[in-house]
Design a protein around this ligand. Structure first.
Ligand SMILES: NC(=O)c1ccc[n+]([C@@H]2O[C@H](COP(=O)([O-])OP(=O)(O)OC[C@H]3O[C@@H](n4cnc5c(N)ncnc54)[C@H](OP(=O)(O)O)[C@@H]3O)[C@@H](O)[C@H]2O)c1
Length: 494
């Protein structure tokens, strides 16, 4: 961790948290992760002796955790036609009503603290269809929607809400509910080819928790938490020490913030841009900050220059690369009917082909490390329609799909692939492209009511490249201040 500024942003020191169901599985791992970053926690469970045992273990570890008896969550795995009225109300009350009511009850406490963070532990069964229980899955989908609604409704109270949707994690609940046949099928369907570990979910929850700045973006929870980490094991999962990275377009805006964020976590970076003077200026600033960054001039829209860039990267890093950040992107904002053939190929070559080809070129280097990471810098305009250019948006939609495809195709090579989709981040590109009317409308549509900052995107990118995010692949993570989940529930304040 490079500076006090970065470690100040990545901490949960003295934050207070309620984690329901903390004596086993995911809840237990979440407590250990949050407490490891300095949070003070209260938890609840049904089994008193197990709760007391956990509390005494946590005390020995130096964690600040208290507990009380309560009923939290569960699943009764049954075909839909076998579900009774009691099964129905069991799932509603334990999974959905408890989460809904506790959110209501915690609202005044969050408001009193000036910032709050709700994380619903949903399930991938609330996103796609999975046996073994339709009503369990429906409660999880309801939690995903609750996160969207509360994110909009309570944003002005300084409260952020997100849902985390794990898919088959090795916990006591999974062991009791899923039979061997189900487990075999689930593993065969997962590109990563294994069950997740509870701490791989806990790290995401910790990342989503509130940090110093109470009005930060949807996934701004960022700044994982240096400084206050409890043990060697935890600090090994939350580091990029000695990892090698290529970040394209690192001299300005989001790319510049990514270089600084990765370097702050100990990564060794190569970057590129077209403007040589600006590149040299950045390199000399980074050297003064003690960051290990090299750079070369390259137009990423040129096939020949991309090949040359990757040759340089290979020689700088000895034929291996841990991280590729495909950040370069450009936009010519026009109505669709005004686009020329040149506009079309400009967007394709700069945004899509550069990212696709650099991924191909980096594959042997990423494979050589045994645990590579690719992140595509997409855009929220690749997820919903924004009037900033249909071709630009199509290239971003294509990047989201590329992330899904490569995540599956290259998982067996030890490569994870994700996309990050920001919405209106204060950068030179945003200044040049968006006029004042557009900016006003976008801010009015964002529950968080402001533009994002480059470092609020960079933190998500850094997290995705850490061992702490080892079970996340093929995803498109929106860093958009809630823009993409706001239908029309948010009342614009313009
Ligand atoms: N800002 C936003 O609101 C926003 C929202 C969603 C998505 N994004 C995406 O985020 C990424 C970064 O955007 P930004 O706002 O940070 O842009 P920016 O402020 O314009 O910075 C772009 C960086 O990329 C370099 N670059 C541009 N074209 C290049 C090329 N052909 N070859 C090599 N380097 C090139 C630039 O340096 P040179 O000019 O010297 O080459 C600069 O370092 C883009 O993919 C963009 O689509 C941005």
């Amino acid at each position: 961790m490079a500076g006090a500024e970065q470690s100040h942003r990545w901490t949960l020191q003295a934050k207070t948290a309620l984690v329901t169901g903390g004596t086993k599985g995911l809840g237990h791992a979440i407590i250990e992760e949050l407490a490891g970053f300095g949070a003070i926690i209260h938890t609840c469970a049904r089994d008193k002796s197990q709760l007391n045992e956990c509390l005494s273990q946590w005390q020995k570890k130096g964690f600040q955790v208290t507990g009380s008896i309560n009923n939290v969550g569960g699943i009764r795995a049954k075909p839909t036609l076998d579900c009774t009225a009691d099964d129905f109300s069991f799932h509603i009350s334990t999974n959905l009503e408890s989460a809904f009511h506790l959110s209501q009850l915690s609202h005044p406490l969050f408001k009193a603290s000036g910032s709050g963070n709700i994380v619903f532990i949903s399930s991938i069964s609330g996103v796609v269809s999975l046996n073994p229980s339709s009503i369990y899955s429906a409660t999880k989908a309801a939690m995903n929607q609750l996160a969207r609604n509360l994110a909009c409704e309570w944003a002005s109270d300084g409260i952020r809400a997100n849902a985390v949707a794990p898919g088959v994690i090795a916990t006591p609940m999974a062991a009791s509910v899923y039979d061997d046949h189900f487990k075999k099928i689930a593993i065969a369907r997962k590109p990563l080819g294994r069950f997740g570990e509870p701490e791989e979910v806990a790290s995401v929850v910790a990342f989503l928790c509130p940090l110093e700045n109470p009005v930060s973006g949807l996934l701004d929870s960022r700044r994982a938490m240096a400084g206050a980490m409890a043990g060697a094991e935890q600090s090994q999962r939350w580091t990029l020490r000695a990892k090698t990275a290529l970040v394209t377009g690192g001299t300005k805006g989001i790319g510049h913030a990514i270089v600084e964020e990765l370097a702050g976590f100990g990564a060794i970076i190569h970057t590129c841009a077209r403007d040589e003077t600006q590149l040299n200026e950045c390199l000399s600033q980074w050297q003064k900050k003690g960051f290990q960054v090299t750079g070369s001039v390259c137009d990423a829209s040129s096939r020949t220059e991309r090949v040359k860039l990757m040759q340089t990267v290979s020689s700088v890093f000895g034929g291996k690369l841990d991280i590729l950040i495909n950040n370069v992107g450009a936009i010519r904002a026009k109505p669709t009917l005004d686009y020329t053939a040149d506009d079309f190929s400009f967007h394709i070559s700069t945004n899509l082909e550069s990212a696709f080809h650099l991924s191909q070129l980096s594959h042997p280097l990423l494979k050589a490390t045994g645990c590579g990471n690719i992140v595509f810098m997409s855009s929220i305009s690749g997820v919903v329609s924004l009037s900033i250019g249909s071709i630009y948006s199509a290239t971003k939609g294509a990047m989201n799909q590329l992330a899904r495809n490569l995540a599956c195709e290259w998982a067996s090579d030890g490569i994870k692939v994700n996309a990050v989709a920001p919405a209106v981040i204060a950068t030179p590109l945003a200044d040049a492209v968006y006029d004042d009317d557009f900016k006003k409308v976008v801010i009015a549509r964002k529950p968080l009511g402001r533009f994002g900052k480059p470092e609020e995107v960079a933190s998500v990118v850094a997290f995705l490249c850490m061992p702490a995010a080892s079970y996340i692949t093929g995803q498109t993570i929106c860093v958009d201040g809630g823009l993409s989940v706001n239908g029309f529930s948010y009342q614009p304040q313009v």
